[in-house]
Design a protein around this ligand. Structure first.
Ligand code: ACO
Length: 436
């Protein structure tokens, strides 16, 4: 039987249909609200607003559950590869061996970046943040590949192209920022091995691939692969909703991810831990500062819009750190500081009351550092990981006939109608005009 919510407003009763998701989540379909009553909803940050129906990712923030296409993140992190998980997100099912081999061949075919693009890279100032460079370069891909997406095949091509080239472009931007020779992709390497080799191989010091690091990178990227309607995914979909091309949409996602409250948090966590390490002092003082509402300081890598318990990805990331650092014989003081910080915060009433737990970014920077990835590249690593999610969500949005151009409304709180005053009649202030 169909369920309805009743709304009595302005002397009118409105019956609003209730939508129930496959995991029992409930939403009220308010599409007729404004037309029927003249009212709109007010929900800054859209914390209570469902923007779509989706079949890609399920999250339960209270229970700490994350599943892609129904498969728990713990199983994917342990058993899958990043390429396989990307295929899963995109196509809705795990690939057969034949499909996986075909995907790998296509990724290899697309791994080179147009030689002319190197000139763009070379001309960014050396201190440019790699996220800015990546966002600009992904947008520029449209000029190199202007064909339209008209069929499923066309989209598959774009998906593979972006997934393959983003890792080449990321490694290229790093090499160029160091003034080093760009290392080309190799068709005999897997996706993650290829990236590590492009980052760290050099003509004078060949890079030795380490199986455990390759596995850790696969896990890192799987853990970032999708997270339903987060800020950057919503940015990708918002830009896509105007029918802007897919490269422009992904470029917007990269820009949104850059912020320290989102994907930039992994960089911010390491900067925070490094500052604590350098300054010394007590962990309790840091936690006190984060609680002080007069200070803008927040405990980076803590808290999440959806998770009100431990982020399941953070649990896995912590385990990977505990495994990989001793294996690499790395004794990182930042890992100890992070663990102490976690312990103090999780037993503090402020963090308990507000349900603030470590999120994926809390331990991810420590893992990236152990792999030799420079701090500035951390958000780029997140962006590569999130790409399959962005693309799957972009495509789902395009195929959803209920979707329209994104255009929220507002409640205007400004001046009522007022008359234009010619400049000569405006009240002058005391500033001497010669100042200008
Ligand atoms: N440290 C201290 N206090 C915090 C923290 C934190 N990390 N996070 C939230 N709070 C407090 C806020 O001050 C606020 O307090 P108030 O109710 O007294 O005003 C309350 O908890 C709720 O915080 P909001 O910002 O309203 O929660 P929201 O859901 O909008 O934000 C966010 C979530 C942005 C992740 C927030 O927790 C935060 O800023 N965390 C630090 C940055 C971070 O780690 N970002 C990565 C997120 S995961 C990702 O994007 C992959």
């Amino acid at each position: 039987m169909k369920e309805y919510a009743k709304l009595i407003i302005g002397g009118k009763e409105l019956k609003l249909p209730v939508i129930t998701g496959t995991e029992g989540e409930k939403g009220i379909d308010i599409r007729s609200l404004r037309q029927e009553t003249g009212y709109i909803t007010y929900d800054p940050g859209f914390g209570n607003t469902g923007s779509c129906k989706s079949k890609i990712t399920f999250m339960d923030g209270e229970k700490g559950i994350l599943r892609h296409r129904g498969i728990p993140i713990e199983q994917l992190a342990e058993k899958s590869s990043f390429v396989e998980t990307s295929f899963l997100l995109m196509n809705g099912h795990l690939p057969t061996q034949k499909e996986l081999t075909r995907t790998s061949i296509m990724l290899n075919d697309q791994s080179m970046v147009h030689e002319d693009m190197q000139f763009f890279f070379q001309n960014f100032p050396r201190l440019s943040h790699p996220m800015g460079i990546l966002s600009a370069m992904v947008n520029a891909l449209r000029s190199f590949y202007p064909e339209l997406i008209e069929t499923e095949r066309d989209f598959e091509k774009v998906f593979i192209r972006l997934l393959s080239k983003i890792r080449t472009m990321a490694a290229m931007s790093y090499k160029i920022s160091k003034g080093h020779k760009v290392i080309y992709p190799r068709t005999d390497y897997t996706y993650c091995a290829n990236f590590l080799n492009m980052m760290f191989d050099s003509p004078v010091n060949p890079y030795q691939l380490d199986r455990d690091i390759v596995k850790a990178l696969n896990t890192f990227w799987i853990l970032h692969a999708d997270h339903e309607q987060n800020c950057s995914t919503s940015a990708v979909k918002t830009v896509g909703s105007s029918r802007a091309n897919v490269y422009a949409s992904i470029s917007a996602g990269i820009a949104a991810l850059w912020g320290p409250l989102h994907g930039g948090a992994n960089q911010a966590v390491i900067e925070m831990l490094t500052a604590i390490h350098k300054k010394g002092g007590s962990i309790e003082d840091v936690v006190e500062k984060a609680k002080n509402r007069r200070s803008s300081f927040r405990l980076m890598g803590f808290g999440h819009r959806v998770y009100k318990t431990y982020d399941p990805r953070a649990k896995i990331m912590k385990k990977v750190c505990d495994k990989i650092l001793p294996k690499l014989k790395i004794d990182d003081p930042l890992l100890d500081i992070a663990k102490q910080l976690e312990e103090v915060a999780l037993s503090d009433q402020f963090f308990i009351n507000k349900n603030l737990y470590p999120n994926v970014d809390f331990y991810s920077g420590i893992l990236l550092r152990a792999m030799g990835i420079p701090t500035k590249m951390f958000p780029v690593m997140f962006a590569i990981g999130r790409l399959p999610g962005w693309l799957a969500q972009w495509k789902e949005n395009m195929d959803d006939r209920a979707q329209k151009i994104t255009r929220p409304r507002q409640i205007y709180m400004g001046e009522n109608e007022t008359t234009y005053i010619p400049i000569a009649k405006r009240e002058s202030d005391s500033a001497d005009e010669s100042d200008y």
